[in-house]
Design a protein around this ligand. Structure first.
Ligand SMILES: Cc1ncc(CN)c(N)n1
Length: 226
């Protein structure tokens, strides 16, 4: 059996993704010692990140060449807006942060750079660019969730237990798997030059993921107050 394109991608991104598990923010989320202020920063930045991330699936649906893929993009869009963002709204309610306040968050420099990169590629390219842009996001959070769920004690008395449970859940795993399947389908029969371009997008978005962890850990917004 020939190698799946996502297996090739995995070999390239695995060292980057492994570094997420060593990141202080992720480690503290796993052992429950993460400072709440840092988590609140993640919650707010991630909420506005996800609003733009959801737009990518709408672009994918509009660019899809057949009804089956149009439906898959629509399902993934629903997954972001109604499954994943529900987690954020629930945690926000515990902190007394309203939905309005979440939505009004000013995106930080890294959030802006990351979403702008994906939106630019997705708007000017075809469906392959859209899937390449969204893949690391969906797949790497599922990888982190499933890794943390195996840590001893991570699901015991941990304030971040719902986070780990959601990102390791069967429901979220299905969304990540559907994104991977879409990637393999879109890559089928493509020349090496196109595959290399897709791979670069997945590597760059994986790097952005690391920068996002750093940004929330340092509670960064923009470098100079204005
Ligand atoms: C920055 C980021 N990357 C990925 C995910 C998972 N969809 C997320 N919520 N936020």
């Amino acid at each position: 059996m020939s190698q799946l394109f996502t297996d090739r991608l995995w070999q390239r991104v695995e060292p980057i993704w492994r570094s997420y598990l060593d990141h202080p923010f992720v480690k503290r989320l796993g052992d429950g010692t993460l400072e709440k202020g840092k988590f609140k920063h993640w919650l707010k930045q991630d909420y506005v990140y996800l609003i733009d991330y959801a737009r990518l699936f709408a672009i994918g649906s509009a660019k899809a060449e057949d009804l089956a893929n149009m439906t898959t993009f629509a399902k993934l869009l629903h997954g972001v807006l109604d499954v994943e963002m529900d987690l954020h709204r629930k945690y926000a309610a515990e902190f007394g942060i309203s939905k309005k306040e979440l939505e009004a968050t000013e995106p930080s420099a890294i959030t802006t750079a990351y979403t702008s990169y994906m939106l630019n590629l997705s708007q000017r390219g075809g469906v392959d660019n859209v899937v390449a842009s969204v893949l690391a996001c969906e797949w790497s959070y599922n990888y982190i969730g499933k890794s943390l769920a195996k840590w001893p004690g991570a699901l015991d008395d941990n304030f971040y237990r719902s986070w780990i449970e959601m990102y390791s859940s069967n429901e979220f795993t299905d969304l990540a798997e559907e994104t991977k399947q879409l990637m393999n389908q879109v890559a089928e029969g493509k020349p090496e030059r196109d595959l290399a371009q897709i791979e670069e997008i997945v590597v760059k978005t994986s790097q952005f993921e690391y920068m996002f962890w750093d940004m929330v850990d340092n509670k960064e917004n923009w470098p100079v107050n204005a």
